[in-house]
Design a protein around this ligand. Sequence first.
Ligand SMILES: [Zn+2]
Length: 408
Amino acid sequence: MNAPCRFCGAPLEAVFADLGSSPLANSYLTAEQVNAMEPFYPLRVLVCGSCFLVQLEEFETPEQIFSDYAYFSSYSSSWLQHSRAYADLMVERLGLNGASRVVEVASNDGYLLQYFQKRGVPVLGIEPAANVAEVAMEHGIPTMVEFFGRATADVALAQGSANLLLGNNVLAHVPDLNDFVAGLKILLSQGGVVTMEFPHLMRLIEEVQWDTIYHEHFSYFSFLTVSRVFEAHGLRLFDVEELPTHGGSLRIFGCHADDPAKPESEAARELRQRERAAGYETLETYLQFGNTIERDKRQILRFLVDLKDQGLRLAGYGAPAKGNTLLNYCGVRGDFLDATYDLNPHKQGYFLPGSHIPIRAPSAIGDDRPDVVMILPWNLKDEVTEQLAFISEWGGRFAARTPELKLL
Ligand SMILES: [Zn+2]
């Protein structure tokens, strides 16, 4: 018996994607833990036949999943650039100044809020992972160590409401979606703007990005469905941007439902229409995705087996959550990839969950000299091929999903 829909409460019966069983994607292992039992959970995504929210069943508490989150945003240079451009845009568009207030939910290590603070705008971060929040505070970004929802919004409101309330890559990670969006309604000032960024379901389906499915990622939104969720809590989405980040994201702009100064944009109207035309309000559209995933798995295995049969030495690059989904669903372990390399020192020396592939510093690539480096975070492949261009010295080549896995 499945739990009911996390948004509308309707019974959940339809399967969108079944990726078997897998450990939590961010539970990197020490050398000792590699020899111990490892918890695996079903990685099965359902779709609500009533509101079309695509959603993962919940098997672990959020505290367990996020309390020692190893993702530090500051280690990706293209993401930092994206964040700075966003901050500049919003300061201009909303006329933010020393009397305004910017609040970020899931503020990570403060990488984004620093750009507002440098422009003299008061900020507050809200971040549940204590180790990450600590780094933000060391850099002078005031941060509450809390999960966000109604209760946290009430506490934060005592310091003032938010003219800009933002969250990047958090909405999809929220188990109690209704409590979270209700909290946004509480903390937003009159005339204020909420912006949220999250991967766009339409891109996930059209570009076969099933590896972006993992346990920490509870909901997968179309613009139609996310609009419905915000409306249920007295908020209205009046604008939207389609971004290239994380393989194709939406940045939604919300306001109080009764805000007269924010008419619906042409972009918002057009995207709703495009999603309707593509069948995102029809269950059948969602039910076909399972076959696509199985076909893709067979292609990935054929590609890797072929390289191994040629006697080539393979390695991975990066240790992102999407890499873990791909490796565990396809059953790719040390028999295919000797190691993977990641810039984040908090991951180096650890092992990938499930596949137990060792994570090394990128500086070790020159010693290991792999023939093919498979870029696991395919959304960063331009950045990675540039950084690692030196592998051509020994004839090394890159592979990545585009969406088919192939040599670049
Ligand atoms: Zn529903």
